[in-house]
Design a protein around this ligand. Sequence first.
Ligand SMILES: CC(C)(COP(=O)(O)OP(=O)(O)OC[C@H]1O[C@@H](n2cnc3c(N)ncnc32)[C@H](O)[C@@H]1OP(=O)(O)O)[C@@H](O)C(=O)NCCC(=O)NCCS
Length: 227
Amino acid sequence: MMLAKYVHDIRTFPEDAVRAWRAAGGTGVRDEIRRRTLDRVGGYVRRFVLEADLSGLVDMPAPDGVDIRPFSGPDWLLLGDMARSHLGPRFHEAAGAGRTCLVAWKQRQAVGYIWFSPAVEVRHESYDLPLPPYTNYIWQIEVIRHERRHGVAAALLSRGLKLSWDEGFQRSWMVVHPKKVGSLRSIARVAPTRVLGTVARIKVLSWMRSWYRSLNAPVPIELTLPR
Ligand SMILES: CC(C)(COP(=O)(O)OP(=O)(O)OC[C@H]1O[C@@H](n2cnc3c(N)ncnc32)[C@H](O)[C@@H]1OP(=O)(O)O)[C@@H](O)C(=O)NCCC(=O)NCCS
């Protein structure tokens, strides 16, 4: 079983590395290497848990020429360079399990996507979080490298959070690395957002534990951003 995973890792690496380079540059290639090495062995990670208040949403229109639409597959290769090999099966399963994906298209090219989930499930998130009632979860967001800093992420979040509000959700949670300034700023741009606490995860081979720790008092996200 483990051996099959390693063979798959090696076989898919060349194509995934090229796609990752085009979609995300050096960071993307490093992620593909890490996924096949360190992440297989284990490690410790700690992330912010954010909460966006959907009653204060700001409408951020998509940039000119970009069209945002729900997408449920089945051909996840249409995500182009953002469709690394491990994502197709995960996205297929997620869509089947009721998660919602929005894709930003520029002409016929996918330039970004975002996923929302009504629940936090360890098999997808690798975290255990106490999601409160009327709260959904922003599972993933990515914008292709050459379209970044043009408002695509803000528009995806704005559209998706508005849909969530229309469905009856009042808040959205998101787990973000404290140093991912782009993600922190993107969510802060579209909704009043607070850091509620942190979630930590320790993993050794297939054994894994995660802990959520709430802060005594939530902190407005603006206070955590570099000036
Ligand atoms: C994070 C990411 C989705 C942002 O996408 P984007 O389309 O470039 O974001 P936008 O252009 O909509 O920018 C939204 C806000 O964030 C800011 N921002 C975006 N990237 C930033 C960065 N790298 N550094 C600082 N600020 C950044 C923008 O200036 C803008 O703020 P402003 O309107 O107040 O000026 C994109 O960088 C990405 O795909 N990163 C790799 C994948 C990833 O990290 N996903 C998140 C996992 S939690």
